[in-house]
Design a protein around this ligand. Structure first.
Ligand code: ZN
Length: 174
């Protein structure tokens, strides 16, 4: 039998990264997922540093809607100018490490990979509106990551600008 409540007692360490411009507060419980996510950003050549320092915090919170009918598991919170200031993850996602991982990557995807929209309602990938089975996704993780990054607006934008550069080079070469 699982003992999901144990995760609640994990110490809520907060890491702070300071630059001259801004300080970002990062919840220690999300830090390993964020580090893994940034490693993938490096692999896929996606810039994340400026976006990171534009944030105030990445945190597990108790303020998102939580009910038996459905909970908001994660959310990008914006300031009055509609700029994202916080990435908030519902504490309830911590009841299972696999759910936490999928929810964290989903919200990081919205922000760092520039998914302004969901890809589908419930199609078993990280950027669905809802996921009936987080465990199917977790069990198919490598493939899920590939889909998440390779189909992302941020990655496709890079690919397009690379193609444009090549096209311009070809043009000027003629
Ligand atoms: Zn979403």
């Amino acid at each position: 039998m699982k003992k999901p409540l144990i995760v609640l007692f994990i110490l809520a360490t907060t890491f702070s990264f300071t630059t001259s411009a801004q300080e970002v507060s990062i919840d220690g419980r999300l830090k390993p997922h964020l580090d893994a996510f940034f490693e993938l950003c490096k692999t896929y050549n996606i810039e994340y540093n400026d976006k990171l320092f534009a944030l105030k915090k990445i945190a597990v919170v108790e303020t998102l809607q939580t009910s038996s009918k459905g909970s908001t598991l994660g959310m990008l919170q914006r300031d009055e100018d509609r700029n994202v200031e916080n990435i908030a993850i519902n504490w309830i996602a911590m009841l299972d490490p696999e759910i936490l991982k999928v929810v964290a990557f989903h919200e990081f995807g919205h922000y760092f990979l520039e998914y302004d929209h969901h890809v589908c309602d419930d199609c078993g990938i990280i950027m669905s509106v809802v996921n009936t089975s987080y465990f199917d996704i977790a069990n198919d993780w490598e493939n899920q990551i590939k889909i998440l990054f390779e189909k992302s607006p941020a990655y496709l934008k890079n690919q397009n600008s690379m193609n444009t550069t090549v096209a311009q080079q070809n043009y000027s070469g003629n």
